[in-house]
Ligand binder design. Structure first.
Ligand code: SF4
Length: 246
């Protein structure tokens, strides 16, 4: 009885540990340092939606220069907040969002001190933040990771794209679900460097339109490399036999 042909041997699937080991020499070590207190980080992340780090930083600085404290921001009319954050773009949308979030935080906590989140289990801290208006999984993870050093994995557009190409998450997994999947795959102590490495890799090498697979240290283990390794010039069509050539 004829035996079934064996499938061509396929490389071992890449793991987060492989990613850390291969990207570490280029992008590491990374040092965690709190950027802002959690409530300020909350405001900053709203300002950073759909704009660059430079613009959101400018908008945050302008906001604090004008009002001096989060309490004063929360008390100000939305129109004045809008004027102050204009440098960050989408000011008409972001100003009422910032005001609503700060008001809800104060109503529930009685201050703008969110450091109590660090004492909660990670899933509860995330759930607490995600109830606030306009706060999704990425913003919640940014606050917990960047201001409190908790092992939450923010999944931005770069991390989402590179993780999919590497096969760490399935092709149909949405960005929201990707947060939990990636977080579960990476040891807590490595969540922050993994996040930083993948962002840098997505910006510098595994770019959205033209990933540079020929200089990628993950290429040998990447299941998507063949998608981008196609020859640039299509081979000339052969003339069919009997063609007159005219
Ligand atoms: S081999 Fe190409 S597609 Fe795969 S991670 Fe590297 S740059 Fe991205």
């Amino acid at each position: 009885m004829p035996t079934k042909p064996k499938r061509a041997a396929r490389g071992r699937d890449i793991t987060p540990a492989d990613v850390m080991r291969l990207l570490g020499p280029d992008y590491g070590p990374v040092e965690w340092k709190a950027r802002y207190d959690p409530a300020s980080e909350l405001v900053y992340t709203i300002l950073s939606q759909h704009t660059s780090d430079v613009n959101s930083g400018r908008a945050f600085d302008a906001l604090m220069k004008r009002f001096g404290s989060l309490k004063a921001v929360a008390s100000a009319p939305a129109g004045e907040i809008e004027d102050a954050i204009r440098a960050g773009g989408l000011a008409r949308v972001k100003a009422p969002r910032i005001k609503a979030v700060l008001e809800q935080v104060f109503d529930e906590v009685g201050s703008y001190d969110l450091s109590f989140l660090a004492e909660m289990p990670l899933s509860e801290a995330k759930a607490w933040l995600k109830r606030l208006p306009g706060i999704g999984p990425k913003t919640a993870a940014i606050i917990l990771c960047f201001s409190l050093g908790m092992p939450a994995m923010p999944v931005d557009t770069h991390i989402y794209r590179v993780s999919k190409r590497l096969g760490l998450i399935g092709a149909k997994v949405n960005a929201e679900k990707a947060h939990d999947i990636l977080e579960d795959m990476v040891p807590p102590s490595e969540v922050f460097p993994f996040h930083m490495y993948l962002i840098r890799h997505g910006r510098q090498v595994c770019k959205a339109l033209r990933p540079q697979c020929n200089r990628c240290v993950l290429a040998e283990r990447c299941p998507s490399r063949h998608l981008f390794d196609k020859p640039k010039v299509a081979p000339a069509k052969r003339r069919s036999a009997g063609s007159s050539g005219r």
